[in-house]
Design a protein. Structure first.
Length: 249
């Protein structure tokens, strides 16, 4: 069974960096000394194993799955259960069973946080998550472009209709700032995160800049300590932890 605070990271559309935010937020929370799990529920578009350079399959003990640990985070993904990057061709009822499977049949142990990388949009997995994990809260990822924030608004409205809390908005790819320069370039537009936050009566938790990935790294999507984006994710983890603590009182 899942314990601790469950935070679903969602978006209205693909390509906004939702999985990158999920992975780096989970790792940033673990850096704070917290017990963290990461569930890749993007059943059709799973990417967490590749992003974290995980190729081993999880082991089982007494009929229960033991999650794989990486960067201090316990990880489960549909990608561990398919062969050779085969596509998942399932209809809706099977998706709900996988939500239950990851929730009930994995030995998670004590957790402070469970981050769930959701599929984009408002489909079956989002409906099943709201049903099976009613205590979950959500972070919505968008880019600064106002069209992207308009699409992300639908995911937020679904969260509200399901009586779930929106922790806040993460505006990804907010700007590009060359090294040793003060000027920022707003390549994908401006104000999409603020527009979405105003519409959903929420807050912008972070504005994450564009930064070149380290392609020589085995995990180029994970930002190493003491890099600019690592500091941004540490700040995001602190904001999330403070908001959760505030809601608990």
């Amino acid at each position: 069974m899942l314990s601790g605070e469950v935070i679903a990271v969602t978006s209205g559309k693909g390509g906004v960096g939702k999985s990158t935010v999920s992975v780096n937020l989970a790792i940033a929370l673990a850096r704070k000394g917290l017990d963290v799990a990461l569930i890749d529920l993007d059943i059709y578009g799973f990417s967490v194993p590749k992003m974290m350079n995980l190729s081993n399959r999880p082991k089982t003990f007494n009929g229960r799955i033991i999650p794989i640990e990486s960067h201090g985070v316990k990880v489960m993904s549909m990608g561990f259960l398919v062969k050779d990057n085969d596509p998942v061709v399932w209809r809706g009822p099977m998706l709900g069973k996988m939500v239950e499977h990851f929730k009930n049949d994995v030995t998670w142990g004590k957790l402070d946080y469970c981050i769930i990388d959701m599929p984009p949009g408002t489909g079956d997995v989002a409906l099943d998550l709201h049903h099976h994990i009613p205590q979950s809260k959500e972070i919505i990822v968008t880019t600064p472009h106002q069209t992207a924030s308009l699409v992300a608004e639908r995911a937020g409205k679904m969260t509200i209709k399901a009586n779930h809390d929106i922790l806040g908005i993460v505006e990804n790819m907010s700007y590009f700032q060359p090294k040793d320069q003060s000027e920022k370039y707003y390549i994908f537009g401006k104000d999409g995160g603020d527009l979405l936050a105003d519409t959903l009566n929420s807050d912008v938790l972070a504005r994450l800049p564009i930064e070149e990935p380290n392609e020589s790294s085995q995990t180029p999507s994970i930002y190493a300590e003491n890099t600019n984006l690592c500091h941004h994710y540490d700040h995001l983890a602190t904001r999330v932890d403070e908001k959760i603590a505030h809601k608990a009182h």
